[in-house]
Design a binder for this molecule. Structure first.
Ligand code: C5P
Length: 208
């Protein structure tokens, strides 16, 4: 069973994807980490993020198993990832890797922006996870506080709005709900509530 989870930044989709993967014993791929990883490597090599040829060649030779996830977290890397993710050849370069992951025997859980629309249009279950920008900013702020990092909620909200705008309006694979996806608004849910709601949808869609 392939479970495709899409949604905007800080919607809770990553947490949901990890929980569902654990629940069903499936492998999980956070596809945002691929875009973050490519952006990180470019910055490490002193390359400009708007250099499409350079971004494409980094994406083509990208080895996800070599990434240090701790260096990919944070607002700045999310922003950098969204810049290179808007280059169509970068998206094409990362496509095969994501599809191969999804097609493992037994299935997989993938989360991102275009899983249900482009990467796995055949997924048995598609969830589009969202929450209001204010709730998402609040969650991100709590997460940063928990890690002892400084928090500026207004800046986080501005960043979320900017990323929503860029991810939703790019020409290639924009963030949008697949016609056969179920919308899950988590604004008023805690993690347990969100997981329970998703499990109910999966039971109905896939009988699992
Ligand atoms: O999900 P995360 O915040 O880690 O993603 C970082 C950025 O990578 C997103 O804002 C988006 O621009 C890009 N991305 C994408 N397609 C995906 C996953 C992430 O374009 N499947």
């Amino acid at each position: 069973m392939i479970i495709a989870i899409d949604g905007p930044a800080a919607s809770g989709k990553g947490t949901l994807a990890r929980r569902l993967a654990q629940h069903f014993g499936l492998p999980h791929l956070d596809t945002g980490m691929l875009y973050r990883g490519v952006a990180r490597q470019m910055l490490d090599e002193g390359l400009r993020l708007d250099n499409i040829d350079a971004a494409t060649s980094v994406a083509l030779s990208f080895e996800p198993q070599l990434v240090d996830e701790d260096r990919l977290r944070g607002r700045e890397m999310g922003e950098a990832a969204s810049v290179i993710a808007a280059h169509p050849p970068v998206r094409s370069a990362l496509l095969a890797l994501q599809r191969a992951f999804a097609q493992q025997p037994g299935g997989a859980v993938l989360d991102g922006r275009d899983i249900g629309t482009v990467i796995c249009p055949q997924a048995a279950v598609k969830l589009f996870v969202t929450a209001t920008p204010e709730v998402r900013a609040e969650r991100r702020a709590l997460e940063l506080t928990g890690r002892g990092e400084p928090v500026d909620t207004a800046a986080i909200l501005a960043d979320i709005r900017l990323r929503d705008e860029r991810d939703s309006h790019r020409s290639s694979a924009p963030l949008m709900i697949a016609s056969d996806a179920v919308l899950l608004d988590t604004s008023s849910f805690d993690v347990a509530g969100m997981v329970a709601a998703a499990l109910a949808i999966i039971a109905e869609k896939a009988g699992r």
